[in-house]
Design a protein around this ligand. Structure first.
Ligand code: PMP
Length: 351
């Protein structure tokens, strides 16, 4: 079709001109340590559920709000089913939550650096973004997050990309002082030593988001969820809309939740011991990785693009950050089986 024959190019909503598509993908490589997924594979019962899936079911819509999956997640987490909302990955749940509680023209407050999709999701929903720095100990700053009178406050703990936790006391201080929605993103909850779950029973404005993309090893199936007060969860579910979790994804997720928790726990504990071994090897090479409570470490480097290029030539993909606030250039490296980490170490020249 010739260009001039296209008539009436519509203009997207205002603010869209500043948005671009996600660019965090490293591309094909032998060992991909770029996206914090479970490099041990998917849970065995989930794989079996996919193999045994009755394809006749595909002609029908799945449960509108993933009723069975919600019940299974509720049992796993230890809350009422009415406190769970699911989504097509936790990205979808975050998007729905921001849309439900953020007024177009209002703002979302978050720390910098944090999960790169958050400013995008805020802007897509018509909110501006105000960022605040972490304090000298790496904790969140309560006053700074509250100061711009936002509609939504987003806290990521453990935080992507730094791997550090926000303190429970400060999250609580925000929940008490703030009347809007407090999102606590716990995509890496399974690896974390800090339990934040009690917050959802104490504060009606706290929504914890989680995912089956990381420790649960099912990023390709796109299953995320959130835990919160039933009224809060109901609003997020309205905003999310029906049929967001496919039947196959649901079947695999339920199988993993019912049968594979010991498998996941074992991999999490292996991940944590490999992380400490990896960190001490990095330190002996002269690097200063940040303390991490997740399945990745952030490693400040002078020239991340150059370092990542060298690593990619050796078949290792990592996530690069050109200039993070308060940190500078850095590489974010996912923790996988030790053989992968040894190859990664070999590809990292001394800083
Ligand atoms: N939150 C954080 C902090 C993440 O790192 C990610 C994935 N990179 C997500 C949410 C989204 O994960 P998903 O949509 O796969 O559940």
């Amino acid at each position: 079709m010739r260009r001039e024959s296209i008539i009436g190019q519509p203009t997207p909503r205002s603010g869209f001109e500043a948005l671009s598509v996600y660019d965090g993908v490293v591309g094909p490589c032998a060992i991909d340590l770029s996206d914090n997924t479970n490099l041990w594979g998917m849970p065995p019962s989930a794989a079996l559920a996919l193999e045994n899936f009755q394809f006749a079911e595909v002609t029908r819509y799945p449960s509108a709000y993933a009723a069975e999956l919600k019940a299974s997640l509720a049992r796993h987490v230890g809350v009422e089913t009415s406190m769970i909302v699911t989504g097509c990955g936790s990205d979808d749940v975050l998007d729905a939550a921001i849309r439900a509680f953020g007024n177009p023209g209002g703002s979302l407050a978050c720390c910098d650096p944090t999960f790169s999709m958050i400013p995008v999701l805020a802007r897509i929903n018509g909110l501006s973004v105000s960022t605040s720095s972490f304090d000298a100990e790496g904790d969140i700053s309560v006053d700074s997050l509250l100061s711009g009178r936002p509609d939504v406050i987003y806290i990521c703990s453990p935080n992507n990309p730094t791997g550090m936790n926000a303190s429970v006391e400060r999250i609580e201080a925000i929940a008490i002082a703030f009347s809007g929605l407090v999102i606590v993103d716990q995509a890496y909850a399974e690896y974390s030593s800090t339990s934040l779950l009690p917050l959802v029973s104490r504060y009606a404005n706290v929504l914890i988001t989680r995912t089956m993309s990381k420790a649960f090893g099912m990023a390709g199936l796109r299953i995320g969820y959130a835990i919160g007060n039933p009224v809060l969860v109901g609003e997020v579910e309205k905003s999310r809309g029906p049929y967001k979790v496919g039947a196959l994804s649901s079947a695999a997720a339920i199988a993993a939740l019912e049968n594979d928790l010991p498998w996941i726990e074992q991999i999490v504990s292996e991940t944590l011991s490999i992380r400490s071994r990896f960190v001490s090897r990095l330190s002996s090479l002269g690097y200063n990785p940040l303390t991490s409570d997740a399945n990745f470490v952030l490693v400040p480097v002078a020239n991340p693009a150059e370092a990542a290029k060298r690593m990619l030539e050796a078949g290792i993909g990592v996530r690069t950050f050109a200039n993070l606030a308060g940190i500078g250039g850095a590489l974010r490296i996912t923790i996988g089986p030790w053989e992968m980490m040894e190859k990664c170490l070999a590809s990292l020249e001394a800083p």
